[in-house]
Design a protein around this ligand. Structure first.
Ligand code: ADP
Length: 452
């Protein structure tokens, strides 16, 4: 039997028995009268305890217990221990939830939890940003009303989400667009987790890679077709000695073109393969002497080329890379400047310790709309002219890459019909001004090299 009943019945029994003993064993009426009175008193006491219990239960967990004794004390003790256990559980759950939300907020990916009706239960700030949601306002809203892209709606209603769906979304500023990968994961009782990841950069890289492969194939295809054509002609039809000589010259030209392309591709891939350039101490006077030699050979006396080189400057960096970048700028100036044009190459140190190489020509110039894209791989203003002058379309991409690796910059000023100035700047920490130039013949100056 319930201990409360046992106690109550024993209490009534004891009061009645006590009365019978005091008043004589035959006075049953008085005995039961006392027992009834004792029961009423007990009822009143319990009513007071009940009121106290009711007030206490409305207070916060852990509030001081009302004073009590006997069965009530036991009851309060039990309630107190239960309350404490609940309080501990509550604290543990709160901590777990806080740390889970903290982790979810720190995730680089967006997370949205939705219920069986696709209503938003919770989301992290990344998801707010990706999907343009506001948790405070959108909680309880149907996700399908907020992310309305048809591809996503079809995905949401599909019911099987083993693969993610890609979505192009416009940023609220309407200027930028980003590519998101959205993946739904079912869990619990028909609840779903929506994971969003910004893959704009990967998409761009993938597009660049695809374009690059397409460009390389295209660049190689033309000389290969020409070579194959001539080979077929020579082997299948009778050709004169002159024709043969002419075809061979054209074939050599195409082979050289492919060679240049492969060389530039290998240079680019070598640049990408290493994270930092070597740190040679480059004697720039000697470096520009070699570049002047190459320029002279290429121009073959058809341009006036002036080198104005500040003596005694050494450059810290990769000699191979910087030679390639500087040579590219000088040979471009020659290739895009008609005969009798003038090219000035000036290397000098600035007041802040940095140094600049300015390559100026009075050649064909570049329309301003092309300037921002010139350093892109295979970007040319005039494809025909570039090919005709032996260009691969990779020169300025290499220059930019090399300068960036040396913490340098490239600026381009140009005017159509008037000429261009390409300026490469290298930071002060890469310039050392202690190269021995006691041999005056080693310093290149405007006067000594005007007549290249
Ligand atoms: P390319 O091998 O075609 O010369 P680059 O990357 O070196 O490739 O140059 C990209 C384009 O920039 C060239 O095709 C050309 O149109 C333009 N360009 C580069 N240098 C000059 C210059 N000095 N004058 C005029 N145009 C230039």
């Amino acid at each position: 039997m319930n201990p409360v009943w046992v106690r109550t019945l024993s209490f009534i029994g004891l009061v009645a028995l006590g009365t019978l003993v005091v008043r004589g064993l035959s006075d049953w009426t008085t005995a039961f009268g006392f027992a009834a009175a004792a029961l009423v008193l007990r009822y009143l006491r319990d009513a007071i305890h009940l009121r106290n219990l009711s007030r206490w239960s409305r207070q916060e967990l852990g509030a001081t217990l009302p004073r009590s004794s006997g069965a009530w004390e036991e009851l309060y003790a039990q309630l107190y221990h239960r309350g404490r256990a609940r309080q501990r559980e509550h604290a543990e759950l709160t901590e777990a939830l806080t740390s889970f939300r903290g982790a979810a907020q720190a995730l680089p990916d967006g997370v949205v939890t939705i219920n069986a009706l696709n209503q938003i239960v919770w989301c992290n700030p990344q998801a707010e940003q990706h999907l343009n949601l506001r948790l405070a306002e959108d909680i309880g809203q149907n996700l399908a009303n907020l992310v309305r892209a048809p591809d996503f709606l079809a995905y949401l209603s599909r019911g099987e989400w083993d693969k993610p769906v890609q979505l192009r979304v416009r940023h609220p500023d309407q200027r930028t667009e980003r590519v998101l990968s959205l993946q739904l994961v079912a869990y619990g009782d028909a609840q779903k987790l929506l994971l969003s990841r910004d893959i704009t950069r990967f998409e761009k890289l993938e597009t660049t890679r695809r374009d690059f492969v397409a460009n390389v194939s295209h660049e190689l295809k033309t000389p290969l077709t020409v070579l194959a054509g001539f080979l077929e002609t020579i082997s299948e039809s009778a050709v004169t000695v002159e024709q043969r000589t002419q075809y061979m010259a054209l074939m050599r030209e195409q082979a050289a073109r492919m060679q240049r392309l492969v060389d530039d591709l290998l240079t680019l891939s070598a640049l990408e393969a290493t994270s930092a350039p070597r740190s040679d101490t480059i004697d720039t006077t000697a470096l520009f002497e070699r570049i002047a030699g190459t320029a002279r050979q290429l121009s073959n006396g058809t341009h006036a080329i002036v080198f104005d080189i500040e003596p005694g400057l050494a450059l810290l960096g990769s000699e191979v890379e910087l030679t390639s970048a500087f040579t590219n700028l000088v040979t471009n100036a020659i290739r895009y400047t008609p005969e009798h044009g003038r090219i000035e190459v000036r290397w000098h140190r600035l007041a802040d310790g940095s140094a600049t190489l300015a390559v100026a020509d009075d050649g064909i110039g570049i329309p301003s709309q092309h300037l921002p894209r010139l350093t892109e791989r295979f970007y040319r203003v005039d494809r025909g002219r570039s090919r005709q002058s032996g260009g691969t379309g990779l020169g300025l991409a290499i220059v930019k890459h090399v300068l960036t690796r040396h913490q340098g910059t490239l600026t381009i000023d140009s005017e159509v019909g008037k000429g261009s100035v390409f300026t490469a700047t290298l930071p002060a920490r890469r310039i050392v001004g202690d190269v021995d130039t006691t041999d005056p013949g080693r310093a290149l100056s405007g006067e000594t090299l005007t007549a290249l």
